[in-house]
Structure formats: C-alpha cells, structure tokens
Design a protein around this ligand. Structure first.
Ligand code: CA
Length: 221
C-alpha cells in the first residue's frame, strides 16, 4: 500500500516534467496471479451444430498498462490476433507482445495449453504497479475466427492488489474470416471488419451468448 502511494506521488511529481520518464520506473511492486480458465462449452450448453472436436487453443495472457493491448472491439484485429483467432497459433501474437514489452506497454506474456470444450487450464503471471492490467484470449475451435477474451481487467483497485476476481468470458468474432459455422471453409475477409461481440447462432441466441462458454478466475498468490 505504501509503495503504491509512493509510486503515484513520485509519478505525479515527475509527470510535471514532460521530458522525464524516470517516474514510471522508480518504484515497482510485483504481484503474482494464477489465472484459471474454466471452460463450459458442451453439446448440452450450446447444442447448435456442436462440433465433434470442440476445443480451445492455447490461452494467451498478458499483463500490461496500455488499454486494449491485444485487440479492441470496434477496431480491426492485428495480424497476430487474426492468426490466433483463425488457427490458434500464438507465434505472431507473441512477437507483437514482445514489441509492446519493448515499448513499456506490457510486462509479461504467458501461453497455456489446448483444452477440451469443458476443460480447465491455468497460467501464472506477474503483474506490477506499473503494469496492473490483465488481458487474455484463446481461439474457440474449430471456428472461422472466433475467440474468447477478457480485456483490461484491473488488478489494483482502491490502491490494493485484488485478491480474487471471477468473470464470464466474452466471445468475439475477429472480423478476419467470413465463415458462418464452426467448420466453414476458409473465407478470408478482405478488407478486415472490426472485431465484434458474437450474438448470432450457432453460439449466440441472436442477442448474446448465454450461458457464457466459460469463466476466468484470477487469484492473487
Ligand atoms: Ca483471414
């Protein structure tokens, strides 16, 4: 608590001098979080066209300070997000996050495992006073370009590290493939459309996706 207060005090002082970046690195207070993805996508919960090999690709989690470091609803997806959402591959996204880390917008990036539609996966990740936000994504597979995510989750609230948060995951269309069903053939969307929340079948009911296809549970270690 004291360190956090000092950070903001020092940051405020240095913020008065626009040419000085020292304020962002003087004090750093680390917290470790376990991130559990508890998936809930089964033939019972979401029966429409449920695919035989339903799974989630490797979860990609990142701690950061810039908003929307992975993607933003209403904006077109990066090449790394397109690759992740269409194939599950994490390599290009990792390269993009490395660039964010190099420019002090992200702290750490962790990759989990492939799990079944009702599987459980977890990663452990560091956050810091300078990087107090968490975001993650994972492809819903098979699918044209659909992915689950939670973005910009604050790990510091009221000047204290959050002990535990449990959230329903959101389900997005990356806007990069125009397929309409889980096993639709590749149909590249060119130009890309903005990322949007999925509401339509097979996963949605026309308004939203209910129940959510899983929960994310974030616990301070
Ligand atoms: Ca595409």
């Amino acid at each position: 608590m004291k360190k956090i207060f000092l950070f903001f005090l020092v940051f405020s002082i240095f913020s008065c001098n626009n040419d000085d970046n020292e304020g962002t690195i003087i004090i750093e207070d680390i917290a470790i979080y376990k991130i559990v993805f508890n998936a809930n996508w089964t033939a019972q919960t979401h029966p429409t066209n449920y695919p035989s090999n339903a799974h989630f690709s490797w979860m990609d989690g990142v701690t950061h300070n810039e908003q929307n470091v992975l993607f933003a609803k209403g904006l077109t997806a990066s090449a790394g997000m397109e690759s992740m959402a269409e194939t599950g591959a994490t390599d290009l996204l990792a390269t993009e996050i490395d660039a964010k880390r190099a420019s002090n917008k992200a702290l750490e990036y962790k990759i989990g495992n492939v799990i079944g539609g009702n599987g459980i996966d977890e990663i452990t990740i560091n956050a810091s006073v300078n990087y107090p936000l968490f975001s993650w994504v994972s492809m819903i597979a098979p699918s044209p370009d659909w992915f689950v995510a939670n973005s910009n989750i604050p790990l510091i609230v009221n000047d204290a590290w959050v002990e535990q948060i449990e959230l329903d995951v959101f389900l997005f269309d990356a806007g990069t493939d125009s397929g309409t069903d889980f096993t639709s053939p590749n149909n590249d969307t060119n130009p890309k459309e903005p990322v949007f929340l999925i509401a339509e079948p097979p996963l949605g009911n026309g308004l939203t996706v209910n129940p959510a296809v899983g929960k994310i549970i974030i616990t301070k270690q």
